[in-house]
Design a protein around this ligand. Structure first.
Ligand code: GDD
Ligand code: MN
Length: 375
């Protein structure tokens, strides 16, 4: 009750309209676009209690400062500035958690999402009872604008993959333009993966109950200022999100990556072994050389792939490599010990072999994540 009186208090300088909707905008170097975006938002959202929350990853172009400057004269405008952090999905999550609004819209900061569709997204929730309303390029009335054929095909393919893996029939699950009811978001929150670019897909797949979805067509605009952040990393993170949402329930994605690297290490080992034998080395020397190279290969690949988020740099690479050699040596001892013990209990040679490899690999994973790449 007191809240209502407070909101209606005439001394308060802010809009007397209660906060109805927040627009969360992740930004990385979008200083050239934010002013125009805010202007357009104030046109399409006029008459509603609204705010925009920019979540900026400390952009070198000064996006955060610019937003704060505008925020001093407009209480509709706020910024969450993150330092030493990256990631579109996690930015969106933190923006949603930073607002009190009961409905949250999410859109890009580069003017590619046409704000004309925003009122329809919000109304689909407030008037039509949807829990989440998705701006879609792939139904009548929507479109991908002037994307070239390659990018359209790639997006279609990724969309199909996402729909199949996550069993959703939303036409554009890759969209970064949507509105969601706060309570629906909060129910999905504990299970969000927060990896990469695709927060909508993450929310749809993490919700404990199927969400009531509305689709609103829009046409993706051409970016006029600033640069797109899409690249191999975005694609890799998409694959990781899908892995986490499917097999991730049974086995951690990091362990999976570690095992993949180990599998590649076997090939490296064999290649080096063969090369050294070809040079006339004895088997003992050649095998020793192959082990040394394969472990280093595994270390570097794990450092930039499996543990990209905790990547060792500079001098710390040397310490990491040394600890990885020590851990792998003990892993080999465990591998041989378990394998030999199994061989005494099961006559299939390969069962013993695989058991040894698995125990060794899991030892290496557990120890290296606790020591070599500790948080
Ligand atoms: N805070 C933060 N951190 N923001 C980021 C980051 C990040 O690491 N990476 C990108 N952004 C911001 C950009 O500044 C922009 O406002 C928005 O996220 C989208 O980034 P773009 O680089 O412009 O993405 P895009 O145009 O390739 O991709 C768009 O299309 C996809 C559909 O194919 C985005 O709209 C996606 O959300 C959408 O899913
Ligand atoms: Mn863009």
């Amino acid at each position: 009750m007191r809240h209502d009186r407070f909101l209606a208090d005439p001394i308060l300088p802010v809009d007397t309209l209660p906060l109805e909707v927040a627009v969360v905008v992740p930004t990385l170097n979008e200083a050239a676009n934010v002013e125009k975006l805010i202007e357009r938002l104030s046109v399409v959202l006029a008459g509603r209690g609204w705010e925009v929350v920019f979540v900026d990853d400390n952009s070198p172009d000064g996006t955060s400062d610019l937003v704060r400057r505008i925020g001093r004269s407009s209480r509709h405008v706020r910024v969450v500035q993150r330092v030493g952090r990256r990631g579109l999905s996690s930015a969106v999550i933190e923006g949603i958690l930073a607002t009190a609004a009961p409905v949250i819209a999410v859109m890009d900061g580069d003017l590619q999402h046409s704000e004309d569709a925003l009122p329809r997204l919000i109304d689909a929730i407030e008037k039509d009872g949807a829990e989440i309303a998705v701006g879609t390029r792939y139904v009548d009335g929507g479109g991908t604008g002037d994307w070239d054929r390659g990018r359209v095909r790639m997006s279609r393919l990724a969309t199909r993959a996402g729909q199949i893996a996550l069993r959703t029939d939303v036409s554009d699950p890759m969209s970064g333009f949507f509105a969601v009811r706060r309570d629906a978001f909060e129910r999905a929150l504990p299970r969000l993966s927060a990896i990469g670019f695709k927060i909508l897909l993450d929310i749809l797949a993490s919700s404990p109950t199927a969400l009531k979805v509305a689709e609103v067509p829009y046409t993706f605009r051409t970016r006029e200022a600033g640069e797109s952040k899409i690249g191999v990393r975005v694609i890799a993170e998409y694959a990781e999100l899908i892995a986490d949402k499917t097999i991730g329930r049974f086995i951690p994605v990091r362990l999976l990556k570690f095992l993949m690297v180990g599998g590649l290490g076997v090939f490296v080992h064999l290649a080096v072994l063969r090369a050294l034998l070809g040079l006339g080395d004895s088997f003992l020397t050649a095998q020793t050389g192959a082990v040394i190279v394969a472990i280093a290969f595994n270390f570097f690949l794990n450092n930039s792939f499996t543990y990209a988020d905790r990547k060792l740099q500079g001098w710390r690479v040397l310490g990491g490599l040394a600890s990885f050699y020590a851990i792998s040596a003990l892993g080999a001892v465990a591998n041989i010990g378990i394998g030999t013990w199994m061989a005494g209990h099961d006559e299939r040679w390969w069962v013993a072999g695989v058991a040894g490899v698995l125990v060794g690999a899991i030892w290496n994973f557990a120890m290296s994540s606790a020591l070599t790449w500790r948080k």
